[in-house]
Design a protein around this ligand. Structure first.
Ligand SMILES: Nc1ncnc2c1ncn2[C@@H]1O[C@H](COP(=O)(O)OP(=O)(O)O)[C@@H](O)[C@H]1O
Ligand SMILES: [Mg+2]
Length: 436
């Protein structure tokens, strides 16, 4: 078991002409560019994954998740920074010496090998590596030869060395753990997607590594199987207690699986926190929008001391705690954030938001409304539009085209600085980890 520490990890790829990812370069500051002279895809990544922790790395497609995982695995070289696994700096170690097992989205099973041999593969290779590292006695060499030469024969005729017996035991343990004992003789093409994924997991588990790295391992499964396998992976990880870094672009997976979640955007970490802390106290607008579905709504409002926000005819008195917090924005615009589940259909009032319903989605347990704000005199800003997503209980019947008034749950308001997009929190609340 081991912790994984990333310190100031940088990665840039040599620039290629006409490369769409070159846009990323425009967003970075000069000194970074000078330092890396290419397309910078990861910048100043500092992250400590605790021993035994399940860390989910989440972010939109192209933000650098796979690249970061490949750097940790040693499949890609860093441009700068340090990576340690356990107490060992692994910067210059080849993948097989890092004691890490990786599971990919496309399973990467050997098609010509049975499930059994796929799981045993890493174990056999490891014993061969050990052999190369010194134990070159003739008897081991002969044993290995006999094992390879008779592997294809019926079971009774196979030569089983001590090593092979122990591998056999490990494969069977893992198969039992994953409930794939009945599949051991099949080839990958004779398996369903979910079964293949379990075999790929089995292969990683059999190696008993210090760290698991998983790159969107559930993406190829249908929704039901994805939810099942999600729960299975979490359970397995708890059982094994192996430090795990799990990559996904899916915020639901992140929220349900991680002890903590690290959110990445454009190659930079945005926030690292337990799921509910991300939901309740997002560090910035990006995190606020990325976590939660449907996403948080953002409305530009003008703050007026002591504690009023307005836009057009909308005018709301804030809970007292916000007065002091927003003082420096007096007479200025701030971004108000409100989640769809914190809007309630209410009565006509200036403190409520008038909106027209564009779309009603009945999900059975919930109803989602897509609405357009119709506040007289409403001033839009570049960062916002006039649409507003609302989640209401299913027993409330609302029709398309209807006009409604939405009231904001006062204790569920969020505020963001319009320039930096950083969240603004009342000073009296406990310090956030990212502020330390
Ligand atoms: N070998 C490479 N050469 C150049 N650019 C690359 C290479 N691999 C990845 N990139 C770029 O790095 C960025 C991050 O990619 P990736 O880590 O695969 O993102 P994610 O896994 O989050 O979708 C992308 O813009 C991608 O185009
Ligand atoms: Mg990826």
């Amino acid at each position: 078991m081991a912790q994984v520490i990333l310190e100031n990890v940088y990665k840039s790829f040599p620039q290629r002409k006409g490369d769409a990812s070159a846009q990323v370069k425009d967003n970075i500051n000069k000194s970074d560019a000078a330092r890396t002279e290419g397309v910078s895809v990861l910048r100043r990544i500092n992250l400590t994954v605790a021993d035994g922790e399940f860390m989910v790395l989440v972010g939109p497609s192209g933000c650098g998740k796979s690249t970061l995982l490949r750097l940790i695995a040693g499949l890609e070289t860093m441009t700068g920074g340090n990576i340690s696994v356990g107490d060992k700096l692994v910067n210059d170690l080849p993948p097989k010496e890092r004691d890490i097992a990786m599971v990919f989205q496309n399973y990467a099973l050997y098609p010509h090998m049975t499930v059994y041999d796929n799981i045993a593969f890493g174990l056999r290779r490891r014993s061969l590596d050990n052999l190369e590292d010194g134990d070159k006695s003739n008897s081991s060499f002969v044993e290995n030869f006999l094992v390879s030469a008779t592997r294809k024969l019926p079971k009774g005729l196979r030569y089983l060395s001590e090593k092979e017996k122990s591998i056999d035991q490990q494969v069977k343990n893992v198969a039992q753990l994953l409930q794939i004992e009945a599949l051991l003789k099949r080839l990958p093409k004779q398996l369903s997607g979910g079964q293949r994924q379990r075999v790929a997991l089995g292969r990683a588990i059999a190696r008993n590594p210090q760290v698991f790295l998983m790159d969107e391992p559930l993406s190829n499964l249908d929704a039901k199987l994805r939810a099942e396998t999600r729960a299975q992976i979490v359970k397995l990880q708890r059982q094994l207690g192996t430090t795990t870094i799990y990559v996904t672009h899916d915020q639901t997976e992140a929220m349900t699986m991680g002890d903590r979640i690290a959110i990445l955007n454009q190659g930079q970490l945005q926030q690292v926190a337990p799921p509910l802390e991300l939901y309740n106290r997002p560090a910035n607008r990006f995190v606020a929008e990325f976590i939660g579905s449907p996403p948080m709504n953002f409305i530009p409002v003008k703050f007026q001391a002591p504690q009023i926000i307005t836009n057009g005819d909308f005018r709301m008195t804030l809970p007292e705690i916000w007065g002091a917090t927003l003082q420096k924005y007096d007479g200025k615009t701030v971004i108000l954030g409100i989640r769809p589940e914190h809007l309630i259909v209410g009565v006509p009032a200036t403190k409520n938001l008038p909106a027209q319903v564009d779309l009603v989605e009945n999900l059975g347990n919930d109803t989602y409304l897509s609405t357009q704000l119709i506040i007289p005199g409403f001033q839009r800003q570049s960062f916002s539009n006039t649409s507003l997503q609302v989640r209401i209980p299913p027993d409330r019947s609302i029709k398309m085209g209807e006009q409604i008034w939405l009231s904001l749950t006062p204790e569920k308001l969020h505020f963001f600085d319009p320039e930096t997009e950083l969240a603004i929190y009342p000073k009296t609340s406990p310090t956030l980890p990212f502020e330390k």
